[in-house]
Design a protein around this ligand. Structure first.
Ligand code: PHE
Length: 461
């Protein structure tokens, strides 16, 4: 083990790494963003493209990110600087650090809503409320500047407190305790939702592809969602890989993370859509507010709904915290490695910076008029939060993943990454297949999508 690895800390165990990486992957992306985006893009066909992207593109990109991190023991900028000194590749790493801030800006805001909803559901704010009243409560809550910023701040403080502890005692310990709890509560919710009378409609929406309704924009959203959900494209998995021991099997680790993450997203879809379609007047296309407007209706209709509701939002806050620490960890690792800052200073600057960038997003759900509608594309309104979500949560990650695939396939080289994979994976025999995936298939598909975007800018959003 090289000394750099010791200074930077390492995961304490294999399970610790898988849980921490799955903790990064599983978050608002699965439970808030996946249903909202699937709902806006027609359901089943979106889900099919999302699943296909995971198998065809994301699995290979995840192995690439983990291998880059483990090989170089660096942050996303340091990786490119070390393996391609003096070249422009490092700007993909810089994009990743900026994307970390961009994503945390809206991520912490939505995570803050979950804190507010824990309180609301626990104190019975929604009990006996009509669907209209429930939407009103959400609208009032997110448009109140004090609570919007207050909960955003509270969430960022929690995140920073965990990050101060460092990689092993912080991220890993929390993930180990919290992730299994999350799975259990989610399964309970799914059982409740799919047994509601009329649940078939939601199941069909989620699981039966209607291909003629799939647009280019839907395909891009599905691929972007796969990257977002798996924490790929901004260097999170590079950073987590840099704390990974050479003894670990990268294929196996990546397979575990992809499987667990996809399972949770599908479970979230199964919890939300069947129930959604049993409530007249609610549409799957609502967007960012989807789960917050829909779920309280469902909790009202079920036995011990208040308890289910509180449990659900606790679960969501837990999932969000284990993801947000991994998002903020990217700028933090950059400061520690490249600027030689102490971890403490890096966390202060990383966390405060993310908080400040998040303020306009927090104020964009009605508190400040112009932030609530910064752009309209084909009749769809984009507030500041939606725009950040689209630019950083979708496009930045797609570009960053293209960078990783091109770099590994064409610059670092297929034989180098295969050598890295072989460490910890005796008997590894998929060199040719992996080379094909990372050198040709992933970059061609991602670049093809981006070129399509240039040709048809209407597909942008
Ligand atoms: N994957 C996380 C989630 O699903 C979000 C995330 C995106 C984390 C990008 C790191 C990097 O909530």
């Amino acid at each position: 083990m090289d000394s750099g690895a010791q200074n930077r800390g390492q995961w304490g165990s294999k399970l610790g790494f898988i849980l921490a990486a799955a903790g990064s992957a599983i978050g608002l992306g699965n439970i808030w963003r996946f249903p909202a985006t699937a709902g806006q893009n027609g359901g089943g066909a979106f889900v099919a493209v999302y699943l296909a992207s995971i198998v065809i593109i994301c699995f290979a990109v995840m192995i690439a990110e983990l291998a880059l991190g483990r090989n170089t023991q660096r942050n996303p900028v340091g990786v490119y600087k070390k393996l391609a000194p003096g070249s422009s590749w490092k700007y993909f790493g810089v994009l990743g650090v900026l994307t970390g801030w961009g994503i945390s800006s809206f991520y912490s805001v939505v995570a803050g809503w979950t804190l507010g909803y824990i309180y609301k559901t626990a104190t019975g704010a929604f009990s006996n409320a009509s669907p209209q009243q429930i939407s009103q409560i959400f609208g009032d809550f997110v448009s109140n500047p004090v609570s919007a910023i207050g909960f955003h701040a509270a969430f960022m403080v929690i995140t920073m407190l965990i990050l101060f502890g460092g990689v092993k005692s912080g991220i890993e310990r929390w993930s180990k305790i919290l992730m299994p709890v999350l799975l259990v509560i989610l399964i309970l919710l799914v059982i409740r939702s799919v047994t509601l009378p009329g649940a078939e409609k939601g199941l069909a929406f989620l699981l039966q592809p209607k291909w003629d309704e799939l647009t280019g924009r839907g395909v891009l959203a599905a691929v972007g969602q796969a990257f977002f959900s798996l924490s790929l494209g901004m260097g999170t998995m590079i950073t987590y890989g840099s704390y990974l021991s050479r003894k670990e099997n990268l294929f196996e680790s990546a397979a575990w993370v992809c499987t667990l993450d996809t399972l949770i997203a599908l479970l979230a879809g199964l919890a939300i859509f069947p129930a959604l379609f049993t409530i007249p007047g609610l549409e799957p296309t609502i967007g960012a507010g989807l789960i917050f407007v829909v779920l309280p209706n469902i909790f009202n209709k079920i036995f011990l709904g208040g308890l289910f509701g509180t449990g659900f939002f606790i679960l969501l806050a837990i999932a969000a915290v284990t993801s947000l620490i991994s998002i903020v960890e990217v700028p933090v690792a950059y400061f520690v490695d490249e600027l030689k800052w102490s971890r403490k200073k890096a966390v202060w600057v990383g966390g405060l910076g993310a908080f400040i960038v998040g303020i306009p997003a927090a104020l964009s759900l009605g508190a400040v008029g112009w932030l609530s509608s910064v752009m309209t594309i084909e009749g769809r309104n984009y507030g500041f939060l939606d725009l950040m979500n689209l630019l950083f949560g979708q496009y930045s990650l797609i570009i960053g993943s293209l960078g990783v695939a091109l770099f590994v396939g064409w610059r670092w080289g297929v034989s180098s990454i295969n050598k890295e994979i072989e460490q910890g994976h005796p008997g590894y025999r998929h060199q040719a297949l992996y080379g094909f995936l990372i050198r040709f298939l992933s970059p061609i598909i991602i670049a093809g999508l981006l070129i399509y975007l240039l040709i048809d800018p209407n597909a942008f959003a």
